[in-house]
Design a protein. Structure first.
Lengths: 257, 177
Protein backbone atom coordinates (compact mmCIF):
# COMPACT_ATOMS: atom_id res chain seq x y z
CA UNK A 1 0.00 0.00 0.00
CA UNK A 2 2.81 2.40 0.73
CA UNK A 3 4.74 1.72 -2.45
CA UNK A 4 5.10 5.09 -4.18
CA UNK A 5 4.05 5.30 -7.80
CA UNK A 6 6.48 4.94 -10.63
CA UNK A 7 7.11 8.68 -10.78
CA UNK A 8 8.23 8.60 -7.16
CA UNK A 9 5.34 10.42 -5.52
CA UNK A 10 2.68 9.25 -3.13
CA UNK A 11 -0.67 8.22 -4.53
CA UNK A 12 -3.77 10.17 -3.51
CA UNK A 13 -5.18 7.17 -1.63
CA UNK A 14 -1.91 6.81 0.29
CA UNK A 15 -2.12 10.44 1.34
CA UNK A 16 -5.74 9.97 2.40
CA UNK A 17 -4.97 6.84 4.40
CA UNK A 18 -2.03 8.64 6.01
CA UNK A 19 -3.98 11.71 7.14
CA UNK A 20 -6.94 9.54 8.23
CA UNK A 21 -4.69 7.47 10.49
CA UNK A 22 -5.46 4.28 8.62
CA UNK A 23 -1.88 3.09 8.17
CA UNK A 24 0.09 0.69 10.32
CA UNK A 25 3.04 2.09 12.26
CA UNK A 26 5.57 0.83 9.73
CA UNK A 27 3.57 2.11 6.76
CA UNK A 28 3.22 5.55 8.38
CA UNK A 29 6.95 5.66 9.12
CA UNK A 30 7.69 4.86 5.50
CA UNK A 31 5.48 7.74 4.37
CA UNK A 32 7.09 10.12 6.85
CA UNK A 33 10.51 9.22 5.50
CA UNK A 34 9.32 9.99 1.99
CA UNK A 35 7.82 13.31 3.13
CA UNK A 36 11.11 14.36 4.70
CA UNK A 37 12.74 14.13 1.29
CA UNK A 38 9.92 15.16 -1.03
CA UNK A 39 8.81 18.76 -0.78
CA UNK A 40 6.02 18.28 -3.30
CA UNK A 41 4.39 15.38 -1.42
CA UNK A 42 4.82 17.23 1.88
CA UNK A 43 2.81 20.11 0.39
CA UNK A 44 0.15 17.69 -0.82
CA UNK A 45 -0.17 16.19 2.65
CA UNK A 46 -0.41 19.66 4.17
CA UNK A 47 -3.05 20.66 1.65
CA UNK A 48 -5.02 17.44 2.25
CA UNK A 49 -4.92 17.95 6.01
CA UNK A 50 -6.20 21.50 5.65
CA UNK A 51 -8.93 20.34 3.30
CA UNK A 52 -10.00 17.66 5.80
CA UNK A 53 -10.34 20.27 8.54
CA UNK A 54 -12.16 22.68 6.24
CA UNK A 55 -14.56 19.92 5.15
CA UNK A 56 -15.44 19.10 8.75
CA UNK A 57 -16.07 22.79 9.46
CA UNK A 58 -18.23 23.21 6.37
CA UNK A 59 -20.25 20.09 7.16
CA UNK A 60 -21.05 21.19 10.68
CA UNK A 61 -23.05 24.16 9.45
CA UNK A 62 -26.27 22.24 9.87
CA UNK A 63 -26.72 21.40 13.49
CA UNK A 64 -29.95 20.19 15.03
CA UNK A 65 -32.33 22.90 16.28
CA UNK A 66 -32.62 22.64 20.10
CA UNK A 67 -36.34 21.83 19.95
CA UNK A 68 -35.71 18.95 17.51
CA UNK A 69 -32.99 17.59 19.79
CA UNK A 70 -35.36 17.86 22.75
CA UNK A 71 -38.02 15.85 20.91
CA UNK A 72 -35.49 13.19 19.91
CA UNK A 73 -34.13 13.01 23.44
CA UNK A 74 -37.65 12.54 24.78
CA UNK A 75 -38.15 9.70 22.32
CA UNK A 76 -35.11 7.96 23.76
CA UNK A 77 -36.57 8.04 27.25
CA UNK A 78 -39.56 5.73 27.05
CA UNK A 79 -40.09 5.62 30.80
CA UNK A 80 -41.26 9.23 30.81
CA UNK A 81 -45.06 9.46 30.75
CA UNK A 82 -46.38 10.03 27.28
CA UNK A 83 -48.83 12.77 26.51
CA UNK A 84 -52.27 11.20 26.42
CA UNK A 85 -54.33 14.11 25.16
CA UNK A 86 -53.80 13.30 21.51
CA UNK A 87 -54.35 9.61 21.89
CA UNK A 88 -57.90 10.07 23.12
CA UNK A 89 -58.75 11.87 19.92
CA UNK A 90 -57.70 8.92 17.79
CA UNK A 91 -60.39 7.08 15.97
CA UNK A 92 -61.11 3.49 16.92
CA UNK A 93 -59.23 2.26 13.86
CA UNK A 94 -56.11 4.04 15.07
CA UNK A 95 -56.59 2.46 18.51
CA UNK A 96 -56.76 -0.95 16.93
CA UNK A 97 -53.67 -0.20 14.85
CA UNK A 98 -51.72 0.92 17.90
CA UNK A 99 -52.70 -2.15 19.87
CA UNK A 100 -51.73 -4.31 16.94
CA UNK A 101 -48.44 -2.45 16.66
CA UNK A 102 -47.62 -3.17 20.30
CA UNK A 103 -48.33 -6.85 19.84
CA UNK A 104 -46.35 -6.87 16.62
CA UNK A 105 -43.42 -5.02 18.15
CA UNK A 106 -43.27 -7.59 20.93
CA UNK A 107 -43.53 -10.49 18.53
CA UNK A 108 -41.04 -8.95 16.13
CA UNK A 109 -38.45 -8.60 18.88
CA UNK A 110 -39.07 -12.18 19.96
CA UNK A 111 -38.79 -13.27 16.40
CA UNK A 112 -35.52 -11.44 15.89
CA UNK A 113 -33.95 -13.32 18.75
CA UNK A 114 -34.59 -16.68 17.20
CA UNK A 115 -34.74 -15.84 13.57
CA UNK A 116 -32.96 -17.57 10.80
CA UNK A 117 -31.35 -15.04 8.51
CA UNK A 118 -34.05 -13.99 6.17
CA UNK A 119 -33.52 -10.41 5.20
CA UNK A 120 -36.52 -10.14 2.97
CA UNK A 121 -38.94 -11.30 5.65
CA UNK A 122 -37.30 -8.84 8.03
CA UNK A 123 -37.73 -6.03 5.54
CA UNK A 124 -41.35 -6.97 4.93
CA UNK A 125 -42.14 -7.05 8.62
CA UNK A 126 -40.28 -3.81 9.24
CA UNK A 127 -42.24 -2.06 6.54
CA UNK A 128 -45.51 -3.53 7.70
CA UNK A 129 -44.80 -2.60 11.29
CA UNK A 130 -43.83 0.91 10.24
CA UNK A 131 -47.19 1.43 8.55
CA UNK A 132 -48.90 0.42 11.79
CA UNK A 133 -46.75 1.91 14.48
CA UNK A 134 -45.98 5.33 13.13
CA UNK A 135 -49.62 6.39 13.15
CA UNK A 136 -48.53 8.29 10.04
CA UNK A 137 -50.75 8.51 7.05
CA UNK A 138 -49.71 6.92 3.80
CA UNK A 139 -48.57 9.29 1.11
CA UNK A 140 -51.82 8.92 -0.77
CA UNK A 141 -54.95 8.30 1.27
CA UNK A 142 -57.89 7.12 -0.73
CA UNK A 143 -60.29 4.24 -1.00
CA UNK A 144 -60.68 5.01 -4.68
CA UNK A 145 -58.52 2.93 -6.99
CA UNK A 146 -58.82 5.69 -9.61
CA UNK A 147 -56.96 7.99 -7.22
CA UNK A 148 -54.42 5.54 -5.83
CA UNK A 149 -53.22 3.96 -9.06
CA UNK A 150 -52.47 7.20 -10.97
CA UNK A 151 -50.54 8.54 -7.97
CA UNK A 152 -47.82 5.94 -8.63
CA UNK A 153 -47.41 6.91 -12.26
CA UNK A 154 -44.00 8.40 -12.93
CA UNK A 155 -42.81 7.38 -9.46
CA UNK A 156 -42.12 3.75 -10.29
CA UNK A 157 -40.50 2.06 -13.28
CA UNK A 158 -43.57 -0.17 -13.75
CA UNK A 159 -47.34 0.02 -13.60
CA UNK A 160 -50.04 -2.23 -12.23
CA UNK A 161 -53.81 -2.58 -12.13
CA UNK A 162 -56.14 -2.58 -9.17
CA UNK A 163 -59.16 -4.91 -9.12
CA UNK A 164 -62.54 -3.45 -10.12
CA UNK A 165 -64.09 -5.02 -7.07
CA UNK A 166 -62.30 -6.07 -3.91
CA UNK A 167 -63.14 -9.22 -1.91
CA UNK A 168 -65.78 -8.96 0.82
CA UNK A 169 -64.98 -6.65 3.76
CA UNK A 170 -61.71 -5.62 2.11
CA UNK A 171 -61.01 -1.90 1.80
CA UNK A 172 -58.26 -0.01 0.02
CA UNK A 173 -56.83 2.61 2.37
CA UNK A 174 -54.05 4.18 0.37
CA UNK A 175 -50.62 3.75 -1.04
CA UNK A 176 -47.01 4.73 -0.56
CA UNK A 177 -43.61 4.17 -2.05
CA UNK A 178 -41.27 1.66 -0.45
CA UNK A 179 -37.88 0.18 -1.13
CA UNK A 180 -37.82 -3.57 -0.86
CA UNK A 181 -35.01 -5.99 -1.51
CA UNK A 182 -33.04 -3.21 -3.17
CA UNK A 183 -35.75 -2.15 -5.57
CA UNK A 184 -38.57 0.38 -5.60
CA UNK A 185 -41.96 -1.00 -4.65
CA UNK A 186 -45.55 0.17 -4.60
CA UNK A 187 -46.94 -0.30 -1.12
CA UNK A 188 -50.71 -0.68 -1.06
CA UNK A 189 -52.52 -0.59 2.25
CA UNK A 190 -55.74 -2.50 2.74
CA UNK A 191 -57.86 -3.63 5.62
CA UNK A 192 -59.54 -7.02 5.75
CA UNK A 193 -62.02 -7.35 8.66
CA UNK A 194 -60.22 -4.39 10.25
CA UNK A 195 -56.83 -6.17 10.06
CA UNK A 196 -54.16 -4.05 8.41
CA UNK A 197 -52.63 -5.50 5.24
CA UNK A 198 -49.52 -4.31 3.42
CA UNK A 199 -49.15 -5.38 -0.19
CA UNK A 200 -45.86 -4.81 -1.98
CA UNK A 201 -45.68 -4.78 -5.76
CA UNK A 202 -42.26 -4.92 -7.39
CA UNK A 203 -41.00 -5.43 -10.87
CA UNK A 204 -40.37 -9.09 -11.47
CA UNK A 205 -37.53 -8.66 -13.93
CA UNK A 206 -35.50 -6.14 -11.92
CA UNK A 207 -33.72 -8.52 -9.58
CA UNK A 208 -34.90 -12.01 -8.88
CA UNK A 209 -35.75 -12.70 -5.26
CA UNK A 210 -34.26 -16.06 -4.55
CA UNK A 211 -35.43 -16.12 -0.97
CA UNK A 212 -38.13 -18.63 -0.24
CA UNK A 213 -40.61 -16.76 1.88
CA UNK A 214 -42.15 -18.48 4.87
CA UNK A 215 -45.93 -18.75 4.88
CA UNK A 216 -46.17 -17.31 8.36
CA UNK A 217 -43.75 -15.41 10.52
CA UNK A 218 -44.50 -14.54 14.15
CA UNK A 219 -48.20 -14.48 13.63
CA UNK A 220 -48.07 -12.71 10.28
CA UNK A 221 -49.33 -14.38 7.21
CA UNK A 222 -47.13 -13.77 4.18
CA UNK A 223 -48.55 -14.52 0.75
CA UNK A 224 -46.52 -14.30 -2.40
CA UNK A 225 -47.52 -14.46 -6.06
CA UNK A 226 -46.03 -13.51 -9.39
CA UNK A 227 -47.57 -12.38 -12.61
CA UNK A 228 -45.87 -11.98 -15.95
CA UNK A 229 -44.34 -8.65 -14.89
CA UNK A 230 -44.94 -8.23 -11.19
CA UNK A 231 -44.11 -9.80 -7.89
CA UNK A 232 -46.82 -9.39 -5.29
CA UNK A 233 -46.18 -9.95 -1.58
CA UNK A 234 -48.85 -9.41 1.07
CA UNK A 235 -48.23 -9.26 4.82
CA UNK A 236 -50.87 -9.18 7.53
CA UNK A 237 -52.04 -10.71 10.76
CA UNK A 238 -55.35 -11.55 9.11
CA UNK A 239 -56.52 -15.10 8.43
CA UNK A 240 -54.15 -16.44 5.70
CA UNK A 241 -57.09 -17.65 3.60
CA UNK A 242 -58.51 -14.11 3.44
CA UNK A 243 -55.08 -12.77 2.51
CA UNK A 244 -54.86 -15.35 -0.26
CA UNK A 245 -58.18 -14.13 -1.68
CA UNK A 246 -56.88 -10.56 -1.86
CA UNK A 247 -53.61 -11.66 -3.52
CA UNK A 248 -55.57 -13.71 -6.06
CA UNK A 249 -57.75 -10.68 -6.82
CA UNK A 250 -54.63 -8.59 -7.41
CA UNK A 251 -53.09 -11.26 -9.64
CA UNK A 252 -56.36 -11.51 -11.55
CA UNK A 253 -56.41 -7.73 -12.09
CA UNK A 254 -53.03 -7.87 -13.88
CA UNK A 255 -54.34 -10.26 -16.54
CA UNK A 256 -55.08 -8.32 -19.74
CA UNK A 257 -58.73 -8.29 -20.62
CA UNK B 1 -40.75 -5.53 24.78
CA UNK B 2 -37.25 -4.29 25.63
CA UNK B 3 -36.37 -4.62 29.30
CA UNK B 4 -35.67 -1.42 31.29
CA UNK B 5 -32.00 -2.42 31.45
CA UNK B 6 -31.96 -2.92 27.71
CA UNK B 7 -33.55 0.51 27.13
CA UNK B 8 -31.19 2.19 29.54
CA UNK B 9 -28.06 0.93 27.81
CA UNK B 10 -29.53 1.79 24.44
CA UNK B 11 -30.26 5.30 25.68
CA UNK B 12 -26.73 5.68 27.04
CA UNK B 13 -25.25 4.69 23.71
CA UNK B 14 -27.64 6.62 21.48
CA UNK B 15 -28.08 9.89 23.38
CA UNK B 16 -24.60 11.32 22.72
CA UNK B 17 -25.00 10.52 19.02
CA UNK B 18 -28.24 12.47 18.46
CA UNK B 19 -26.56 15.67 17.17
CA UNK B 20 -24.37 13.65 14.78
CA UNK B 21 -27.28 11.54 13.59
CA UNK B 22 -29.34 14.65 12.97
CA UNK B 23 -26.59 16.46 11.12
CA UNK B 24 -25.88 13.43 8.95
CA UNK B 25 -29.59 12.91 8.30
CA UNK B 26 -29.80 16.52 7.21
CA UNK B 27 -27.00 16.02 4.69
CA UNK B 28 -28.77 12.93 3.36
CA UNK B 29 -32.21 14.49 3.07
CA UNK B 30 -31.23 18.20 2.80
CA UNK B 31 -34.30 19.14 4.82
CA UNK B 32 -34.80 19.75 8.55
CA UNK B 33 -38.24 18.12 8.83
CA UNK B 34 -37.09 15.01 6.98
CA UNK B 35 -33.88 14.87 9.02
CA UNK B 36 -35.83 14.75 12.28
CA UNK B 37 -38.21 12.10 10.91
CA UNK B 38 -35.28 10.01 9.70
CA UNK B 39 -33.53 10.10 13.07
CA UNK B 40 -36.78 9.33 14.86
CA UNK B 41 -37.46 6.33 12.66
CA UNK B 42 -33.87 5.13 12.84
CA UNK B 43 -33.97 5.25 16.65
CA UNK B 44 -37.20 3.22 16.72
CA UNK B 45 -35.72 0.64 14.38
CA UNK B 46 -32.44 0.50 16.28
CA UNK B 47 -34.23 0.03 19.60
CA UNK B 48 -36.30 -2.81 18.16
CA UNK B 49 -33.21 -4.44 16.67
CA UNK B 50 -30.93 -3.71 19.64
CA UNK B 51 -30.77 -7.43 20.48
CA UNK B 52 -28.94 -8.02 17.24
CA UNK B 53 -26.28 -5.42 18.11
CA UNK B 54 -23.11 -7.21 19.18
CA UNK B 55 -21.52 -5.51 22.15
CA UNK B 56 -17.87 -4.76 21.53
CA UNK B 57 -18.58 -3.70 17.97
CA UNK B 58 -18.98 -0.08 16.93
CA UNK B 59 -22.42 1.16 17.99
CA UNK B 60 -21.99 4.39 16.05
CA UNK B 61 -21.36 2.52 12.80
CA UNK B 62 -24.31 0.23 13.56
CA UNK B 63 -26.81 3.02 14.15
CA UNK B 64 -25.49 5.11 11.23
CA UNK B 65 -26.08 2.09 9.02
CA UNK B 66 -29.68 1.92 10.25
CA UNK B 67 -30.06 5.65 9.62
CA UNK B 68 -28.75 5.23 6.10
CA UNK B 69 -31.05 2.29 5.34
CA UNK B 70 -33.96 4.30 6.73
CA UNK B 71 -33.05 7.11 4.36
CA UNK B 72 -32.82 4.73 1.40
CA UNK B 73 -36.39 3.56 2.01
CA UNK B 74 -37.69 7.11 2.40
CA UNK B 75 -39.27 9.06 -0.41
CA UNK B 76 -36.25 11.33 -0.87
CA UNK B 77 -33.96 8.31 -0.63
CA UNK B 78 -35.80 6.49 -3.38
CA UNK B 79 -35.66 9.59 -5.56
CA UNK B 80 -31.94 10.03 -4.82
CA UNK B 81 -31.18 6.40 -5.62
CA UNK B 82 -32.06 7.12 -9.25
CA UNK B 83 -28.84 9.11 -9.53
CA UNK B 84 -26.39 6.28 -9.73
CA UNK B 85 -22.76 6.88 -8.93
CA UNK B 86 -20.77 5.06 -11.54
CA UNK B 87 -17.22 5.84 -10.64
CA UNK B 88 -16.32 3.04 -8.24
CA UNK B 89 -13.97 1.46 -10.72
CA UNK B 90 -10.58 0.32 -9.61
CA UNK B 91 -9.15 0.86 -13.07
CA UNK B 92 -9.61 4.61 -12.93
CA UNK B 93 -6.21 6.22 -13.13
CA UNK B 94 -5.01 8.00 -10.04
CA UNK B 95 -4.38 11.45 -11.40
CA UNK B 96 -1.02 12.65 -10.32
CA UNK B 97 1.14 15.02 -12.25
CA UNK B 98 4.57 13.87 -13.34
CA UNK B 99 6.11 17.09 -12.15
CA UNK B 100 3.84 18.62 -9.58
CA UNK B 101 4.48 22.18 -8.51
CA UNK B 102 3.53 23.73 -5.18
CA UNK B 103 0.93 25.92 -6.92
CA UNK B 104 -0.92 22.84 -8.07
CA UNK B 105 -1.30 21.54 -4.55
CA UNK B 106 -1.94 24.47 -2.33
CA UNK B 107 -5.32 26.10 -2.44
CA UNK B 108 -6.66 28.87 -0.32
CA UNK B 109 -8.88 27.41 2.36
CA UNK B 110 -9.78 30.65 4.10
CA UNK B 111 -12.78 31.15 1.86
CA UNK B 112 -15.38 29.17 3.80
CA UNK B 113 -18.18 30.08 1.40
CA UNK B 114 -16.28 28.46 -1.46
CA UNK B 115 -15.72 25.32 0.58
CA UNK B 116 -19.39 25.19 1.56
CA UNK B 117 -20.34 25.48 -2.09
CA UNK B 118 -17.89 22.79 -3.21
CA UNK B 119 -19.21 20.42 -0.55
CA UNK B 120 -22.80 21.17 -1.56
CA UNK B 121 -21.96 20.42 -5.19
CA UNK B 122 -20.19 17.13 -4.47
CA UNK B 123 -22.01 13.98 -5.62
CA UNK B 124 -24.08 12.72 -2.65
CA UNK B 125 -22.28 9.36 -2.59
CA UNK B 126 -18.89 11.07 -2.41
CA UNK B 127 -20.06 13.61 0.15
CA UNK B 128 -21.54 10.88 2.33
CA UNK B 129 -18.29 8.95 2.58
CA UNK B 130 -16.31 12.12 3.26
CA UNK B 131 -18.68 13.20 6.04
CA UNK B 132 -18.42 9.79 7.70
CA UNK B 133 -14.64 10.09 7.56
CA UNK B 134 -13.94 13.77 8.24
CA UNK B 135 -16.88 14.73 10.46
CA UNK B 136 -17.93 11.51 12.17
CA UNK B 137 -14.33 10.31 12.25
CA UNK B 138 -15.27 6.71 11.56
CA UNK B 139 -12.53 4.31 10.53
CA UNK B 140 -12.58 2.99 6.98
CA UNK B 141 -13.74 -0.45 8.14
CA UNK B 142 -16.69 1.11 9.97
CA UNK B 143 -17.57 3.29 6.98
CA UNK B 144 -17.56 0.11 4.89
CA UNK B 145 -20.07 -1.34 7.36
CA UNK B 146 -22.31 1.75 7.22
CA UNK B 147 -22.32 1.89 3.43
CA UNK B 148 -22.29 -1.87 2.93
CA UNK B 149 -19.43 -1.68 0.44
CA UNK B 150 -15.91 -3.18 0.44
CA UNK B 151 -13.21 -1.21 2.23
CA UNK B 152 -11.43 -0.67 -1.11
CA UNK B 153 -14.48 1.19 -2.34
CA UNK B 154 -14.40 3.38 0.75
CA UNK B 155 -10.77 4.25 0.08
CA UNK B 156 -11.32 5.04 -3.57
CA UNK B 157 -14.41 7.14 -2.82
CA UNK B 158 -12.59 9.16 -0.16
CA UNK B 159 -9.69 9.80 -2.53
CA UNK B 160 -12.04 10.75 -5.31
CA UNK B 161 -14.10 12.99 -3.06
CA UNK B 162 -11.05 14.91 -1.92
CA UNK B 163 -9.69 15.17 -5.43
CA UNK B 164 -13.02 16.51 -6.67
CA UNK B 165 -13.24 19.03 -3.83
CA UNK B 166 -9.69 20.12 -4.49
CA UNK B 167 -10.37 20.60 -8.19
CA UNK B 168 -13.61 22.47 -7.49
CA UNK B 169 -11.84 24.83 -5.14
CA UNK B 170 -9.05 25.39 -7.61
CA UNK B 171 -11.62 26.28 -10.26
CA UNK B 172 -13.44 28.64 -7.93
CA UNK B 173 -10.37 30.26 -6.43
CA UNK B 174 -7.78 29.63 -9.08
CA UNK B 175 -7.38 33.25 -10.03
CA UNK B 176 -6.89 34.42 -6.48
CA UNK B 177 -4.00 32.13 -5.63
Amino acid sequence: MTQPQVNGHLRQDQISAFIDGELSHSEATEIQQHLADCHSCALRVLSATQLKTATARAAQRFSAPPEALARLTAQLRPQEPKKTARIYSFRSVAWAAMAAALVLAASLIGWRQTRQANTLSAELLDHHLATLSSGASPEVISTDRHTVKPWFQGKLPFSFNLPDALPADTTLKGGDLAYLNGQPAALLLFTIHKHEVSVFLTQRSASPMVTVLPGTQSGFAIRHATTHELRIIAVSDVNPADLEVLVSALVEAQTPR
Amino acid sequence: MPSPFHSASFEQLALPLLPSLYSHAFWLSRNHADAEDLVQEAISKALRAFDSFQSGTNFKAWIFRILRNTFLTSRTGIAASRTVFLEDRSDLPDTIDANPTPEEHLIRLDNQAAINRALDDLHPDLREVLLLCDVEELKYKDIALVLDVPIGTVMSRISRARRTLHQQLKLQLGESL
